[in-house]
Write a protein that binds this ligand. Sequence first.
Ligand SMILES: Nc1ncnc2c1ncn2[C@@H]1O[C@H](COP(=O)(O)OP(=O)(O)OP(=O)(O)O)[C@@H](O)[C@H]1O
Ligand SMILES: [Mg+2]
Length: 345
Amino acid sequence: MSFAASRNSTVDDSGAGAVRLIGEHPSMVRLRALIERVAATDSTVLISGESGVGKELVARSIHELSARRNRPFVAVNCAAIPQEMLESEMFGHERGAFTGAIAARQGLFVAANGGTIFLDEIGDMPLLLQAKLLRVLEEHQVRPLGTNRTITVDVRVIAATNRDLERAVKERIFREDLYYRLKVVPIVVPPLRQRRSDIPLLVSYFLERLRARFPGRNWTISDDAMVYLWAYDWPGNVRELENLLERLVVLSDRDLIEASQLPDEIRRASVGASETEFNVALGEGGIDLTALVRRIEGRYINEALKRTGGNKQAAAKLLRLKRTTFSAKLRRYGVVDTDSSAENL
Ligand SMILES: Nc1ncnc2c1ncn2[C@@H]1O[C@H](COP(=O)(O)OP(=O)(O)OP(=O)(O)O)[C@@H](O)[C@H]1O
Ligand SMILES: [Mg+2]
């Protein structure tokens, strides 16, 4: 293909790539089922979710599972391309269409013909261009800048955003008609902290990929370190976890990753000494110490179970208790000791 991809867009026409969306949490199982369903259609998809949750991976999965898989997947980052360039990037331009247009250029929509275009950070698209995009979605035709010519294109559109588009619509920075046109099939990718039980799976997956990249090394992670990873909230989601693991293995001479190597913000997330300090105020009437201790204990047990998705072993570790001691306390508080893991944790 003659089209040269710029830095802020990629044209991937190499055919089926290795796209794997890891996760066994119920929300991820549902997500994969949804991906399979929409892959069989040409409907427009709007993917939303926090930064690093895997929105682009979802878009690629849809493409790879669709009949378009052997045609290009073109990713356009609407936030990274200067606004005045975005239109010609997307729809192309004629030679001399504007200052600096020394040669005609095929737009990304034409490059994606027969395949899928992924419009990332769609919330950052300028209003004027939103109107033009809406027309393309409705008419399946693009008009390169500086021409009266229209080119018919057959492109599946997948958009993504980590912004609240509904709010952007209310604030009139995003067109309502385009919002509904994009949102034919909405897909929400949940943050990692709402599917903590997938953290160990993702860790094994990323370590395996790192081992493939650095043959001869055999990185593993200690149970203690894993508990910290489990309890942390991951504001940067899967990307943050992936990058952390790479940093840890690159910076360490040993093959075992231990809790002491983890950054402070992750170690602090676990129930540490600083969080357990409280004021002692013993009034005239005294207090019922046993009742108070039980109340504190109960709250920490609850919190530990919540953080570990109901995994007793991990919860016991978080509270620095032996598994047997932890079980005894659970019985005392009337918690049924099964090993079910709660949804959303
Ligand atoms: N479920 C998953 N299984 C395997 N890898 C994943 C998963 N989710 C995300 N990743 C990996 O995490 C990284 C971030 O994912 P991706 O780029 O798709 O996120 P994003 O939601 O588009 O982020 P941003 O909003 O910052 O653009 C990628 O390297 C991706 O391969
Ligand atoms: Mg992305």
